[in-house]
Design a protein around this ligand. Structure first.
Ligand code: ZN
Length: 300
């Protein structure tokens, strides 16, 4: 029994020496500066770099998942919560169709951040969101001039969401209308919207019909008096609607309600998603905050 113990302790000691030998031998290699070099080492370095990046963007994705529902940011005299409503617009701006909670999305955000002079963290934080809102707002009409009445025309009632709309509320600027019709023809094909014989959206088709177009300053003022607590932008004295180039278009849900739940529903409809990706081809740009509001600004 005793002999056995001695033997095995000797075996352990030999084994430890062997480990020590190889460990030393191993450390010797590096001590002599014989680090691997050449293509293999470069490949190892790039693999490590790629792994670092994927860890970084996986962490950013995790943070984005939280922020898209909870980020607090100020807009329109109100604290806003999250950026869920703007995911289609953001995705289009950064050129990705990836899930907003994915590392691919975070990577695309990071590229946008770098182009915008921000840290390329991939985390869609307040500063990054502001860079998006600034970009979207920069493509709008700006301080609009009033539409000259000789540029306005009355569109057929069939183009409107509300078939009982008053005949004096069917006006819009002529080029804006032509561009709208071209856009509707393309959308009808892609989205299989129902058209009547004359190319007007069918009576039972609501999507992409015009809710509101040109609004004269007098009419705008009467709206303000009727609904003093309605959304600021919708009822501003110098509304973009007074230019004849702004259209409210039906994209689902309650036509023009700014509640988050309504906007969240609107931005998920095929009609809205189509506009986000295609409206610019026809000269229309969004007001990010109101999924229904689009402005004709050719050349922007
Ligand atoms: Zn509008």
């Amino acid at each position: 029994m005793k002999q056995r113990l001695i033997l095995s302790s000797a075996a352990i000691s030999v084994f430890s020496s062997l480990i020590a030998y190889f460990a030393l031998a191993d450390s010797d290699i590096y001590a002599q500066g014989a680090r691997p070099s050449g293509p293999a080492a470069k490949q190892t370095a790039s693999v490590i770099k790629a792994e670092d990046r994927s860890v970084k963007f996986a962490a950013a994705a995790f943070e984005n998942r939280r922020l898209r529902r909870s980020l607090q940011w100020p807009f329109g005299a109100k604290t806003q919560t999250g950026w869920n409503v703007y995911v289609p617009l953001i995705s289009y701006a950064i050129g990705t169709d990836s899930d907003p909670d994915s590392a691919e999305f975070a990577l695309a955000v990071s590229k946008w951040q770098q182009k915008s002079g921000l840290d390329g963290t991939g985390v869609l934080d307040q500063a990054t969101l502001e860079s998006f809102t600034k970009y979207w707002q920069s493509r709008r009409l700006g301080r609009g001039t009033l539409a000259a009445t000789d540029t306005l025309l009355a569109a057929p009632i069939g183009d409107f969401f509300d078939s009982t709309r008053s005949p004096d509320l069917l006006q819009l600027e002529a080029e804006t209308y032509a561009a709208y019709k071209r856009m509707i023809a393309a959308a009808a094909k892609d989205l299989q919207l129902k058209l009547s014989g004359s190319g007007v959206l069918a009576a039972n088709e609501k999507f992409l019909k015009i809710i509101s177009a040109y609004r004269s300053p007098a009419y705008q003022e009467s709206l303000r008096k009727k609904e003093p607590n309605a959304g600021r932008a919708a009822l501003a004295t110098n509304s973009p609607h007074s230019t004849g180039h702004a259209l409210d278009i039906y994209v689902g849900g309650e036509p023009v309600k700014t509640e988050d739940s309504n906007r969240l529903l609107q931005v998920q409809t095929p009609a809205y998603k189509w506009l986000v990706k295609n409206a610019d081809r026809f000269g229309f740009y969004p007001y990010f905050y109101e999924p229904w509001h689009w402005e004709y600004v050719p050349g922007k």
